[in-house]
Design a protein around this ligand. Structure first.
Ligand SMILES: [Zn+2]
Length: 86
């Protein structure tokens, strides 16, 4: 009456298995993606920690040429009246 045949049960089992392994596969991809994102974040943080001077730097204005030079390591603009060593 309901027609439960062995073929239908096998197909049903195959569908359930496909969904089950599909979710496992998606979960594994998501875990790999999160791991990669964490590595990228850690790498960016390590790079920032290694060279903080590259992120921001105080500048000061040259009186002679109005150019902004690094306050930590000022360099001359090349003009004779530039107050910075060059
Ligand atoms: Zn200058």
């Amino acid at each position: 009456m309901f027609g439960f045949s062995i073929q239908k049960l096998i197909v049903l089992a195959a569908i359930i298995a496909a969904v089950w392994y599909g979710f496992k596969f998606i979960g594994r991809l998501d875990k790999a993606r999160k791991h990669a994102a964490k590595l990228t974040r850690d790498g960016a943080r390590a790079a920032a920690g290694a060279a903080p001077a590259a992120e921001t730097e105080d500048m000061e204005r040259c009186e002679a040429c109005d150019a902004y030079v690094s306050a930590r390591d000022p360099a001359s603009c090349g003009r004779a009246d530039c107050p910075y060593p060059g």
